[in-house]
Design a protein around this ligand. Structure first.
Ligand code: AMP
Ligand code: MN
Ligand code: MN
Length: 322
């Protein structure tokens, strides 16, 4: 019996939570678990709360069941997915506190171990990979497989990031055997862009600036430009990855304005820089090669602060990229 199966023993109701600004792994893990419980534990009542519903993931079964408004309710078990700390649970963190028991499934190296049972595997490509390891393979339906596959392709950049392992590929193979439309999921959620998303991508690339001798690159989208294009943070998916593959670049930074003098920062590295340490220093978190945080101050202070930390780390651990 897995730890998750043990936690589910005798439980009558469950609440599933993900992280704020939910991404593909978050939707995949939350809806994957929701679908799994729905079919393998039909007597258990399950509620799923997420901050927002992103339309491109609406093909996942039970997407319509996602709740975005908090309700007065206490649960036997709270399961937190892909969220590395309590703040990442946003408005729904209260359910973690009031639930009789809690389990966290995650893969962030910066996870703080905030639940009663913490199943954190920092070597796993995605929380969906951790989740898969906790489920009974034979009870995974095609609907559940679609969700878990989605999470894996999003957090591995379609099996190309360094977090992809032979285990990741073996799990993806098992999920394909469930009859999912794997090509459709990849194109529909990862590569497909709206016209406006392509425009903002083009603009962000055109306005990008290299620094630290071309080892770093950054681009920023200001709030007034977001309003002009009518875009939200979800429309920037993929921009930081495009910056990262610029020749000679070790570290890519993409940021957008979320308030007055407040920026959401995304960082990616290629070979040696541990961006999770930098994000963590500024109150965020993530993985060695992909991390994020929010920072306050004017744009130049923010860039300078990040630059100082990047330079310090690159000096102490010289990076051989060629
Ligand atoms: P992003 O750049 O937003 O795609 O995030 C990259 C990775 O860092 C993801 O695994 C996120 O879960 C994590 N991350 C991003 N922002 C934060 C934050 N403020 N606190 C903790 N982890 C974060
Ligand atoms: Mn995530
Ligand atoms: Mn993840």
């Amino acid at each position: 019996m897995t730890e998750l199966e043990q936690a589910l023993e005798g439980v009558k109701n469950v609440v599933i939570l993900g992280h704020i600004r939910p991404d593909g792994d978050c939707f995949g893990a939350c809806l994957g678990l929701y679908n799994y419980l729905d079919s393998a534990y039909p007597h258990v009542e399950v509620d799923l709360y997420l901050e927002e519903k992103v339309d491109k993931f609406s093909y996942m079964n039970h997407f319509d069941q996602i709740r975005t408004e908090k309700e007065e309710r206490i649960y036997d078990l709270c399961i937190c997915l892909d969220a590395s700390d309590i703040e990442r649970l946003g408005d729904f963190a209260g359910y973690l506190v009031t639930s009789t028991n809690s389990v966290c499934l995650d893969h962030h190296i910066t996870n703080t171990g905030y639940a009663k049972v913490n199943l954190v595997e920092s070597s796993a490509s995605a929380t969906c990979e951790v989740l898969y390891g906790q489920l009974d393979e034979d009870k995974i339906t095609k609907e559940t497989a679609e969700c878990i596959y989605t999470g894996i392709i999003h957090d591995t950049g379609v099996f190309k990031h360094g977090n992809t392992t032979s285990r990741t590929m073996a799990i993806a193979g098992k999920l394909m055997d469930k009859g999912i439309d794997f090509g459709g999921i990849i194109d529909g959620t990862f590569y497909k862009k709206t016209y406006i998303q392509n425009q903002i991508l083009g603009r962000a690339l055109m306005e990008s600036v290299r620094f630290l001798d071309g080892k770093c690159i950054f681009s920023v989208v200001r709030a007034k430009d977001m309003a002009f294009y009518g875009v939200t943070g979800q429309d920037f998916d993929g921009i930081v990855d495009q910056l990262r593959i610029t020749e000679g670049v070790e570290c890519a930074i993409f940021m957008y304005e979320i308030g007055i003098h407040e920026f959401k920062i995304s960082m990616r590295s290629n070979h040696c820089l541990d961006v999770s340490k930098i994000a963590q220093y500024f109150g965020g978190g993530g993985h060695v090669r992909a991390a994020g945080c929010t920072m306050s101050g004017n744009l130049y202070d923010v860039i300078n602060n990040l630059s100082l930390h990047i330079e310090k780390q690159l000096e102490s651990t010289p990076c051989i990229t060629e």
